[in-house]
Design a protein around this ligand. Structure first.
Ligand SMILES: *[C@@H]1O[C@H](CO)[C@@H](O)[C@H](O)[C@H]1NC(C)=O
Ligand SMILES: *[C@@H]1O[C@H](CO)[C@@H](O)[C@H](O)[C@H]1NC(C)=O
Ligand SMILES: *[C@@H]1O[C@H](CO)[C@@H](O)[C@H](O)[C@H]1NC(C)=O
Ligand SMILES: *[C@@H]1O[C@H](CO)[C@@H](O)[C@H](O)[C@H]1NC(C)=O
Ligand SMILES: *[C@@H]1O[C@H](CO)[C@@H](O)[C@H](O)[C@H]1NC(C)=O
Ligand SMILES: *[C@@H]1O[C@H](CO)[C@@H](O)[C@H](O)[C@H]1NC(C)=O
Ligand SMILES: *[C@@H]1O[C@H](CO)[C@@H](O)[C@H](O)[C@H]1NC(C)=O
Ligand SMILES: *[C@@H]1O[C@H](CO)[C@@H](O)[C@H](O)[C@H]1NC(C)=O
Ligand SMILES: *[C@@H]1O[C@H](CO)[C@@H](O)[C@H](O)[C@H]1NC(C)=O
Ligand SMILES: *[C@@H]1O[C@H](CO)[C@@H](O)[C@H](O)[C@H]1NC(C)=O
Ligand SMILES: *[C@@H]1O[C@H](CO)[C@@H](O)[C@H](O)[C@H]1NC(C)=O
Ligand SMILES: *[C@@H]1O[C@H](CO)[C@@H](O)[C@H](O)[C@H]1NC(C)=O
Ligand SMILES: [Cu+2]
Length: 556
């Protein structure tokens, strides 16, 4: 009798506070520690989170509030980036060192605090300082809200596959050496699949096995956390149906090869055969269609049906040629936003800011380097100089002298970007930002250059998803190319490969105030300066403004 009013109260609570049932606070502790790893076939110590490689998976639901306390117990400065998380008004938790925060120094900690508003899918987290992301990375799985189904058949089980890249040497020594000599850094010794390398000469690794049952559909959540390489993945005897990239649903399409750049994620359905046993090769190999040296070893794992004999002969597959440009192009052309009633593609149809940004690599003279010169990366001929204090703080507190708002939206002197280059190969430098009004719409044509060599660059934008509305080879033609813009169902993502010797056009709405990094996700190019940032002003009302900084924000 006394409890008869209880359902009403619960109903009222749910009615008044839907957030109580829809979302939760998820708390994680990430401790940065050194770990000696035998998985990687050496007793070398690597920097890890909680002693794991790859690091722990962060599981959450759409609209959850995620809290991650990062405690730094190693000798390096560390920051963590939640790659692809919008971070609406919480730029303080985005993570790129000296862009949104000062590093978490040895012995310090910082609480990353953000809400997964309107996002679901697979993403990744990784260190965002120097090359520490080589070993500090892991997956983020965001399930739809409770009771909300996937817009594709419910998978029987979900499996994570995280690709990485491994050096026998300390990766901090590798990038240090490159910065000191001005030469390209040493290439890696292996790719890794869920932390297992290989095979590597002189090293036995048991390798990763994907265990499956016959006649089931699995959701493969694939993450490319490699440092410098775009990769192909194939599974012998099985096709994959792509349903999502970068935590945005796509129209399903079936392929035998996945192309995935560093920083990108892909969800694919894998349906196993009805009455099969056996072992099938999973092959991961690099893509490089120009003259740049690359780790060209194929990493392998196996898909294994249950009830398979102890040592079956594996079913093999061929890998795409390292320069299989047509494979990458076909894959990218097939990616379309789902664009359903429930998940519409909100492509900006008008453009407030139209930018034309060249991206590439040049050479500057530098007396202390080998050959008296060093490799540099640039955007519109500006090699980005990292400040010694965080840009977001400088912006929030109006500290002058840290950055300027004059990043060039167009190259002052146009040239034949992808043809034979006859001009100078040196770049200017500066900490220059491009300023955007709140909620303005932006179109960026990313134009690859061939100054040293043309190369495919996976470009990543923080704080936003963008729509990739078109791509092409050669120079972008402002008169004819807009005719092929797809403003209906272009793929929505946070990282896009700009084709070698070509261009890609993207659009986004600047509805997130703060300072947002744009850079090549080949870490070597970022280290060399292929990066810039947008500063997005606050809107009129408080809920269109950057929140105040957290009290434990690290200081420089
Ligand atoms: C995380 O670490 C903090 C500070 O060290 C501690 O107070 C908290 O209980 C820990 N939480 C969990 C879930 O381990
Ligand atoms: C890792 O192993 C090496 C060689 O055995 C040793 O020198 C080093 O102290 C170990 N590091 C850690 C963090 O255990
Ligand atoms: C890399 O260079 C930095 C700065 O010059 C130095 O502090 C650090 O010890 C070097 N690290 C390694 C592993 O070489
Ligand atoms: C890079 O490779 C060269 C040539 O093999 C080697 O001498 C050098 O020690 C390597 N650098 C690092 C940091 O491992
Ligand atoms: C994969 O799809 C292709 C094209 O639809 C088809 O020709 C091929 O038979 C399929 N392979 C498998 C193993 O299902
Ligand atoms: C792979 O790279 C190595 C070293 O860069 C080179 O010697 C070898 O020829 C390459 N192999 C293939 C198959 O391209
Ligand atoms: C890829 O490289 C091979 C070997 O160097 C060459 O024969 C072939 O023409 C190249 N293919 C393309 C599409 O460039
Ligand atoms: C740029 O150079 C390429 C290759 O030399 C040439 O085919 C093309 O016509 C040039 N484009 C322009 C706009 O000059
Ligand atoms: C650039 O010039 C070289 C030498 O004159 C020529 O072999 C090459 O085909 C040219 N490349 C382009 C893209 O025009
Ligand atoms: C930037 O350019 C200035 C002027 O040319 C030069 O003095 C400085 O060393 C450059 N800085 C970097 C980091 O390249
Ligand atoms: C941004 O602009 C769009 C289009 O004008 C409008 O629909 C939307 O409400 C605006 N958003 C905010 C947060 O002001
Ligand atoms: C760590 O970050 C602080 C603050 O920016 C800086 O003063 C210090 O030099 C950094 N340490 C290293 C080893 O880079
Ligand atoms: Cu690049």
């Amino acid at each position: 009798m006394a409890l008869s009013w209880l359902p009403t109260i619960i109903f009222l609570l749910i009615f008044l506070f839907p957030a109580l049932v829809e979302s939760a606070i998820r708390h994680y502790n990430f401790t940065v520690v050194l770990k000696n790893t035998t998985k990687l076939c050496s007793s070398k110590s690597i920097v890890t989170i909680n002693g794991k490689f790859p690091g722990p998976t962060l599981y959450a639901r759409e609209d959850d509030n995620v809290n991650v306390r990062v405690i730094n117990k190693v000798q390096y400065n560390v920051t963590i980036h939640w790659h692809g998380m919008r971070q609406m008004r919480t730029g303080w938790s985005d993570g790129p060192a000296y862009i949104t925060q000062c590093p978490i120094q040895p012995g310090q900690s910082f609480l990353y605090n953000f809400i997964l508003t309107g996002q679901r899918g697979t993403l990744l987290w990784h260190a965002h300082i120097s090359w520490l992301r080589a070993t500090i990375h892991g997956a983020i799985v965001i399930w739809p809200k409770k009771g909300v189904p996937y817009p594709f058949p419910k998978p029987y089980k979900e499996k994570l596959i995280i690709l990485g890249e491994w050096w026998k040497a300390d990766t901090e020594a590798v990038i240090n050496q490159s910065m000191q000599t001005g030469l390209p850094p040493n290439i890696s010794d292996s790719y890794t699949i869920n932390g297992y390398p290989g095979p590597v000469p002189g090293c036995t690794s048991q390798g990763y096995t994907l265990h499956v049952e016959a006649g089931k559909t699995y959701l493969i959540r694939l993450v490319n956390a490699a440092v410098n390489d775009e990769l192909f993945l194939k599974i012998a005897g099985h096709n994959l149906t792509i349903v999502e990239v970068d935590a945005s649903y796509t129209k399903p399409f079936t392929t035998d090869t996945i192309f995935i750049g560093p920083g990108q994620t892909t969800n694919a359905l894998l349906t196993t055969d009805l009455q099969t046993t056996g072992k099938y090769l999973i092959a991961v190999s690099p893509f490089m269609d120009t003259i740049v040296a690359v780790d060209n070893l194929t990493a392998i794992a196996f898909l294994r049906y249950e009830d398979t004999l102890a040592f079956p002969p594996p079913v093999l597959t061929t890998t795409p040629a390292i320069n299989a440009t047509s494979e990458t192009s076909k894959f990218m052309d097939n990616l379309r936003s789902l664009n359903s009633k429930k998940y519409p593609a909100k492509v900006p149809l008008t453009v407030d800011h139209s930018l034309y940004l060249t991206i590439g690599v040049g050479i500057n003279s530098w007396p202390t380097c080998v050959n008296g010169s060093k490799a540099v990366g640039d955007i519109n001929n500006v090699s980005f100089v990292m400040p010694s204090t965080a840009l977001l703080q400088a912006h929030y507190y109006n500290i002058s002298g840290i950055f300027t708002n004059d990043f060039p939206g167009n190259l002052p002197v146009p040239f034949n970007y992808t043809g034979n280059f006859t001009g100078g190969i040196s770049t200017s430098n500066g900490t220059r930002l491009y300023r955007l009004a709140f909620n303005s719409t932006v179109q960026v044509v990313l134009q690859g250059t061939g100054i040293i060599a043309p190369e495919s660059h996976p470009i990543h934008l923080h704080g936003f998803n963008f729509f990739a509305i078109a791509k092409g080879l050669g120079n972008f033609d402002p008169k004819n190319d807009p005719k092929k813009f797809n403003l209906v169902d272009p793929v929505e993502r946070n990282t896009i490969s700009v084709p070698t010797g070509g261009w890609t056009a993207i659009r986004f709405r600047a509805d997130n105030p703060g300072v947002w990094f744009l850079h090549c996700h080949l870490e070597v190019h970022t280290s060399w300066g292929l990066k810039m940032a947008f500063v997005v002003d606050n809107g009129k009302s408080p809920d269109e403004s950057l929140l105040p900084p957290p009290s434990d924000l690290p200081k420089c």
